[in-house]
Design a protein around this ligand. Sequence first.
Ligand code: THU
Length: 134
Amino acid sequence: MPKPSKTRLVKAAWQARERAVAPYSRFQVGAALLTRRGRVVTGANVESASYGLTCCAERVALFKALTEGEKEFVAIAVVARSDGGAMPCGACRQLLAEYAPDAKVWIADARRPERVREFSVKELLPGPFVSLES
Ligand code: THU
């Protein structure tokens, strides 16, 4: 059985997914970040008519949390209606590596939220670029 915090975070991501703004792909994604302080910050993907401006759910959640003063993250849950869930894209992996390097990444299919796959940010992006200083 998933731990309560995992269940809670996946549920928050599941709910956040309902607020996705995805008129072009119609692929709705929800994300929820758990901060060290125990706060949950959610996000969903937002698409643009200029497709490349689209922002993934993970980055919306991360940008929200960072600009609300959160600095330490325990986990991020990502929920989409896709077999096994949707894995974070490369851009999101980079941002997670920079700002949430120790976070667990919990991935779930919206149709089976009780089945959660777990990854570490480090395994999703080995050898990240994180600083201009050598
Ligand atoms: N998307 C996310 O929000 N997160 C992911 O992990 C995968 C992809 C969004 C971006 C776009 O709005 C839609 O899903 C299709 O790629």
